[in-house]
Design a protein around this ligand. Structure first.
Ligand code: FAD
Length: 372
């Protein structure tokens, strides 16, 4: 059995590795010339770690990633939530640069014999199992996967696009050196919110190798705070404790508006849509990549247990989708209400995905993963 995959992001590579491990030949097409991750930093919860363990990438991800002892929320300078994480606590949450997460996944894909073609752009697909490339070729496969991200052209070529909803806020994501912000409270993840004199948020996140990830939320209608390059004075005014780090922000970064993509269905014929192409969500639960990897792994498992690919894709969606729909809806609600400004909101509904044991992961394998 052979698969052609569009997109070498977290979803595409996870699916590729999982298929290879189940005996498939796999070719991944990445439109960019280089294989790398975009978007500064990332939070990975236990559900994501379980998938990483199942694709042979967990140990290298855990090694060096930051394990904060506490996740705090501060609102207008006052601590409103103080939640212990990691160690013996209920919630395991690792923080890291995106490249720290991406490199071990890519290494695992190459070890498993996944063929990855860079500068290879997909432009569409046909339900009978054909991936169409910009260079004019049409590649036949038993399974085609569209893992080409939120603006997926493969999905759109099949008429599968459903609805897109944008929210009031967006995030600028940057990496800055920790320079002095080390030890004690500065090893915590701290969700700084300001509601006066304007609504802004900085999710302060230590990563590996002395780097900090700042996820800086600004309303779409705040033209100066949402603009790039970041104006440190605007942000330091609301978050004076972070002034030195804010001053070190360079000209890079990007501002992404919170959005949700919702499809009627996740497959047609032999073509599956996975990751942000199928279910982009606001980052308020930090579960987009977690869901992308869970769904990519369970997709590989589903099509490997049944030679009727089209039927197995429908069963895969029926089995897995409800959790992603739930996660999207909860993430959207948090985006709409800005409830994170009053504390973590880590209730059963919010934490259901983080605590989920994904399909095709083995608890005994995960138990072998060492966090010290
Ligand atoms: C501000 C923000 C913060 C976030 N924080 C977190 C977090 O902390 N934790 C978390 O779990 N998730 C987080 N997410 C969500 C996470 O980034 C995504 O869910 C995840 O990256 C989706 O992976 P993907 O592989 O589906 O898509 P992508 O990561 O977008 O990868 C798609 C790949 O396909 C390639 N591609 C695109 N078009 C084509 C084409 N036509 N042909 C070939 N290749 C193509 C792209 O170059 C890219 O390599 C966040 C998202 C945002 C916007």
């Amino acid at each position: 059995m052979h698969a052609e995959i569009a997109g070498a992001g977290f979803a595409g590579l996870t699916a590729a590795i999982a298929l290879r491990r189940r005996g498939w030949t796999v070719r991944v097409h990445e439109k960019d010339a280089a294989l790398r991750a975009f978007g500064a930093g990332i939070f990975i919860w236990e559900n994501g770690l379980r998938v990483l363990q199942a694709i042979g990438a967990a140990e290298d991800v855990v090694r060096g990633a930051h394990q904060a002892p506490v996740y705090e929320t501060r609102r207008d300078g006052v601590c409103v939530a103080f939640q212990r994480v990691n160690g013996d606590n209920r919630y395991r949450l690792l923080t890291m640069t995106r490249q720290h997460l991406y490199a071990p996944i890519l290494a695992s894909a190459l070890r498993e014999g996944v063929e990855i073609v860079t500068s290879s752009e997909a432009v569409g697909a046909r339900p009978e199992g054909v991936l169409q490339l910009l260079d004019g070729r049409s590649l036949q496969a038993d399974l085609v996967i569209a893992a080409d991200g939120v603006r997926s052209v493969v999905r759109d070529s099949l008429g599968l696009f459903g609805t897109r909803r944008k929210y009031q806020d967006g995030l600028i994501r940057v990496l800055v050196p920790r320079s002095g912000l080390v030890g004690g409270e500065w090893d915590h993840v701290i969700d700084f919110w300001a509601f006066t004199p304007r609504t802004l948020r900085i999710l302060y996140t230590p990563c590996e190798d002395g780097m900090l990830y700042f996820a800086m939320m600004a309303p779409r209608d705040d033209a100066t705070a949402s603009a790039l390059p970041v104006d440190p004075a605007i942000w330091a005014d609301c978050f004076p404790a972070l002034a030195p780090a804010l001053a070190a922000i360079g000209p890079g970064g990007r501002y992404d508006v919170y959005e949700t993509t919702h499809l009627e269905r996740w497959s047609v014929g032999r073509v599956a849509i996975v990751g942000d192409a199928a279910h982009a969500m606001p980052p308020t639960l930090a579960q987009g990549a977690g869901c992308a990897m869970m769904n990519a792994l369970s997709l590989a498992e589903a099509v490997s247990n049944d030679r009727d690919v089209a039927a197995s894709l429908q069963r895969w969606e029926a089995q897995e989708r409800h959790l992603t729909d739930h996660t999207q809806a909860r993430a959207a609600e948090l985006a709409r209400t800005r409830a994170l400004g009053s504390g973590t909101q880590w209730d059963d509904a919010g934490m259901r995905t983080a605590l989920h044991v994904p399909t095709a992961t083995l608890p005994e394998d995960y138990a072998r993963l060492r966090f010290t």
